[in-house]
Design a protein. Structure first.
Length: 209
């Protein structure tokens, strides 16, 4: 089959892992799963925000992917576009501390459990990492448990969500990773999702390498 192709950065989380747990967003996620209703909503949003055709098309694609019912749909959609022996590092994100008053519809632990089950179905192709947010209570011990229970292969930190890579809590995480030979990835560019209420400049400061 030749040398496998590695994609070292994909996400499989869905809108339910991001949006706050209130009725409006629960309804919105279900609505986005219906193509005809999704087109109407995108048309309305595009008109209100005066988006061009390319922006509307990309927004529609983004919403369609986010509305997948689970991570398996997301992963298979990506995998089907690659050679059979391709391998993917899947990077979850912990959205519970991004400044929204409510927790997401589906909690972070559910995201990890589902990803571990998906890995068990795709052992030759899926390499699961986990996100570690230093603001999560008892996160060092939680991370060690995730590593043991879900067989996590590495860590991704996302400072744009409002913390520094040199946070003292993360120092303990790095020490454990070094001991267990787990790689650590860091988002260090100004783009991407950022904590609610942070300006772009503030987010850049957190993520500056």
């Amino acid at each position: 089959m030749g040398t496998p192709f590695y994609n070292c950065h994909i996400h499989t989380f869905t809108a339910e892992h991001v949006l706050p747990d209130i009725f409006l967003f629960r309804w919105l996620v279900r609505a986005m799963r219906k193509p005809w209703l999704r087109k109407i909503l995108i048309w309305l949003v595009g008109g209100l925000l005066r988006m061009n055709k390319d922006s509307i098309r990309l927004t529609g694609r983004f919403l369609a992917r986010g509305s997948f019912e689970n991570q398996e749909y997301s992963f298979n959609h990506i995998y089907n576009q690659y050679p059979e022996n391709a391998r993917f590092i899947v990077l979850p994100m912990d959205f519970e501390f991004m400044g929204i008053s409510r927790r997401p519809i589906r909690p972070y632990e559910d995201q990890l459990k589902e990803l571990a089950n998906l890995r068990d179905k795709n052992k030759q192709n899926l390499i699961p990492f986990c996100a570690v947010d230093p603001r999560r209570p008892n996160v060092v011990e939680e991370f060690k448990r995730w590593h043991r229970e879900y067989n996590i292969n590495g860590v991704k930190i996302y400072p744009n969500l409002g913390y520094y890579p040199h946070d003292p809590v993360l120092m303990e995480v790095y020490e454990y990773c070094e001991k267990e030979k787990l790689p650590v990835l860091a988002h260090c560019s100004p783009g991407g999702i950022r904590k609610f209420g942070l300006s772009l400049e503030e987010a850049k400061e957190f993520a500056h390498p």
